[in-house]
Design a protein around this ligand. Structure first.
Ligand SMILES: [Zn+2]
Ligand SMILES: [Zn+2]
Length: 155
C-alpha cells in the first residue's frame, strides 16, 4: 500500500525531535577570573538587616592570599585600597562581613548584636538557646556581649 507508507513517513518526519546543539559548560571554568572583581554575592544579615554585595563566599578568598577561614565567610574586597601591585599580597585587602550561623544557617554579620563566636559562628538567638551547653568562660563572654548590646541601644 503506497498511501499507507507515505503516511508513515510523514509521521516520522513530524516526530523527529529537534536536536539542539549540546553546549558544554566548560566555558564556565574561567568564570572565577571575571567574578572575582565584581561584587555579586548577596549578603543579608538576618540580625540587623545589613545588606551588601560581596565578592566572595567561602573559606579561601582568591584575593586574600594565604587566608583560610575555619568556616565560610562573606568577604568583601576592601573598597578603600587599590589592587595589589606586582602580585604582592596585601593582608588588609579584604573585609569579612559575616558568615552563616552554624546552628540555623542564617546569615549573620560580625556585629556584636548579630553573632557570637564560640568554636563556630552562631547568631545571637541561637546563642541564647545554646548558651547552657557552653563552658562557663564562653557563657560569660556571651553574656557580657549581650549586656553591652543592651546598653548600646540606650541613649
Ligand atoms: Zn547584623
Ligand atoms: Zn542561628
Amino acid at each position: 500500500m503506497e498511501a499507507g507508507k507515505n503516511t508513515e513517513l510523514n509521521d516520522n518526519a513530524v516526530n523527529v525531535p529537534c536536536l539542539e546543539p549540546n553546549e558544554k559548560d566548560e566555558k564556565q571554568q574561567n568564570r572565577d577570573d571575571i567574578d572575582e572583581r565584581i561584587a555579586r554575592i548577596d549578603f543579608h544579615c538576618s540580625g540587623c538587616d545589613m545588606h551588601e554585595l560581596v565578592h566572595y563566599f567561602g573559606r579561601e578568598p582568591p584575593f586574600a592570599l594565604g587566608i583560610q577561614y575555619k568556616e565560610d565567610n562573606y568577604v568583601l574586597r576592601d573598597p578603600f585600597q587599590p589592587p595589589p601591585q606586582g602580585g604582592r599580597p596585601i593582608p588588609e585587602y579584604y573585609i569579612s562581613l559575616g558568615s552563616k550561623c552554624s546552628s540555623c544557617l542564617k546569615t549573620v554579620c560580625k556585629g556584636s548584636g548579630c553573632s557570637f563566636f564560640y568554636t563556630a559562628t552562631v547568631c545571637v538567638p541561637c546563642g541564647k538557646t545554646m548558651l547552657k551547653d557552653w563552658p562557663v568562660d564562653a557563657q560569660t563572654r556571651f553574656r557580657k556581649q549581650l549586656v553591652v548590646n543592651q546598653s548600646d541601644k540606650e541613649p
